[in-house]
Design a protein around this ligand. Structure first.
Ligand code: NDP
Length: 255
């Protein structure tokens, strides 16, 4: 029997990559999924089509995060979509997945204030206000899953500003876990290592081979490797886990 029947879920940034795989897995367990994205309409529609082809239910919600009014726009679309399909705006699962990264090879000396602010606006501020806004919709016993990164546990100077935003995401997890425990809502962080998100670098065999060496399993992660962990945290079986940092990096952090 599907584990998320009659549940509703918001997955930010689910037009592609880990978010798409997560939306697919949650829908496969019976959840109605809001597929959020910034601008790639075709990719978001494709996520919904893939879900529907598998017998699941999903709809798209477009809202660019990191700009004024972002979370309000997201929730207008989310509430409209939920209401049309369920007659209510109740939400059970929030996955804060959307994020932007620093381009490779940017030294700490070269990070600009504008780039720093953009990273924090999308990766840290938006997830905080998404959680804040979701509180009124979330059913008791709900789930919040924040996608962090293994980079909060190992140094990579090129990604210092990005990693700082993920440190902030883990603080959202810690403090909201305590705040929401009386309602039986769990809040956890999932930290992927290098994960194939369909980006161009994953088409270069030499680059993939090099990245694979970082994992204890000597391969790069697939989006579904992370999506399965997120989906488990969304189920009833994960009810006793809250405030946790879950390493979903394929052993990258073992050193
Ligand atoms: P992708 O880059 O493949 O996809 C990003 C998603 O987020 C897309 O759906 C995109 O929408 C959306 N998005 C990006 N910027 C915004 C914005 N400003 N407003 C709204 N939506 C936005 O992501 P990944 O699958 O690589 O990463 C998913 C998560 O996992 C992120 O939190 C990332 O930091 C984390 N992570 C990823 C790793 C990896 O190796 N892939 C490693 C460690 C952590 P659109 O399609 O419209 O642009």
């Amino acid at each position: 029997m599907a584990k998320l029947t009659n549940k509703t879920a918001l997955v930010t940034g689910s037009s592609r990559g880990i978010g798409r795989a997560t939306a697919q897995r949650l829908a496969a367990e019976g959840a109605l999924v809001a597929v959020h994205y910034a601008s790639n309409d075709d990719a978001a529609r494709e996520t919904v089509e893939l879900i529907e082809k598998d017998g699941g239910r999903a709809f798209t919600v477009r809202a660019e995060l990191g700009v004024p009014g972002d979370v309000h726009e997201l929730f207008l679309g989310l509430e409209r979509g939920l209401k049309e399909r369920t007659g209510a705006t109740t939400l059970d699962i929030v996955v804060n997945n959307a994020a932007v990264t620093t381009p490779a090879g940017v030294l700490p000396e070269d990070v600009t204030p504008e780039e720093f602010e953009r990273l924090f606006a999308v990766n840290a501020k938006a997830p905080f206000f998404i959680v804040q806004r979701a509180l009124a919709l979330l059913r008791d016993g709900g789930r919040i899953i924040n996608i962090s990164s293994g980079l909060t546990r190992c140094a990579n100077p090129d990604q210092v500003a990005y990693s700082m935003t993920k440190g902030a995401v883990e603080q959202i997890t810690l403090h909201f876990a305590r705040h929401l425990a009386p309602r039986g809502i769990t809040v956890n962080s999932v930290a992927p290592g290098i994960t194939n998100n369909g980006g161009p670098v994953f088409d270069i065999p030499e680059a993939v081979e090099q990245m694979a060496q970082l994992s204890a399993f000597k391969r790069v992660g697939e989006a579904v490797d992370v999506a399965d962990v997120v989906t488990f945290l969304a189920t009833h079986e994960a009810r006793w886990i809250t405030g946790a940092f879950i390493d979903a990096s394929g052993g990258t952090l073992l050193g």
